[in-house]
Write a protein that binds this ligand. Sequence first.
Ligand code: NDP
Length: 346
Amino acid sequence: MEPRSLLAREWLGPVVALEAADRRATNDLRATLPPAIESEQDRYHGPFNRDSRREDFAVTAIKLDGKALAIQIQAEIADQVSRLKETRGIQPCLATVLVGEDPASQVYIRNKLAACERVGMISRHVTLPNTTTQAELLGALSELNADDSVHGILVQLPLPEQIDSMVVLDAIAPHKDVDAFHPHNVGLLSQGRPHFLPCTPHGVVQVLARHQITTAGKEVVIVGRSDIVGKPLALMLAQKDSHLGPEYANATVTLAHSRTANLADVTRRADILVAAIGKPEFIRGAMIKPSAVVIDVGINRIERGLVGDVHYAEACEVASAITPVPGGIGPLTVTMLLHNTLTAAS
Ligand code: NDP
């Protein structure tokens, strides 16, 4: 059995081409997940796939707990890691590169290294001073590219201003590009045959799939068109098929941004609304269609702590389900990085 199809069979991870048998197995695994919460609406329309025209009862959104899901998926990855080690003597290794001393970046790196340790992966961390030149950073990357014991490479962004991030990301070997930012991987994604899926969009799709919130035929509105979240997620959901099957693709996707006219009219069309804007509590309750599913990718630090791009309290009164911040998409992003590192090592 090919290592990649082994992954496909036993985990809901990215696979270039899934055969029918693999799909059935993936569905079997999905069936072992805890049953989605039932409500009066569910009896009519199934969990989260409700008729959003029904507004005749008050809705309190169900929390889509990304933290709990991340723990579950990391346990599955840990299993795969130990099997890979036993059967082929390979222990996946992620190399992280941090230039400078930005405190937020240091926290992100620490989280990633801790996650590697939790699932039994090796991590290697390279720290370079803030004064590092582009040539020096490219030199460090070229060593990591050539090192067969390193399977995945991640350069923490943002980089100091003397360094062109695009040049640096282009220099990572595509088969070690676990962030999936290299044009080679972006091209494969746009053609619907990804090798690695970008981590945050993949986290969004996993949250949906593991709660059996299908996207086929639905109106999905994504607010935010960045290269790391909005754009790749739009590509993934608009494809004819996905590694989880066609039910988790085939959406009618609208990609909104700062120049979108009448944004609230657009967001109110969404059966599934994704916010990736970077503006605290920007999406208000009145911008959400009753019973919509809301995925809040935003992470904003304000005086009272971390908040998302969605006004959580207002959204809870309108939506059928919502990801919290913190504890929503964030933990899944790190988890999908581990998944990509496992894929790279396999
Ligand atoms: P970017 O700043 O790269 O992109 C923001 C997008 O939001 C842009 O497309 C921008 O439009 C759009 N936007 C800004 N203002 C408005 C507005 N008033 N109306 C409509 N659209 C608007 O952000 P990222 O995609 O990198 O990140 C978005 C958020 O997600 C941030 O809070 C970030 O911290 C968080 N994030 C969370 C991750 C996680 O793991 N949970 C991972 C990555 C990001 P335009 O293109 O026109 O400028």
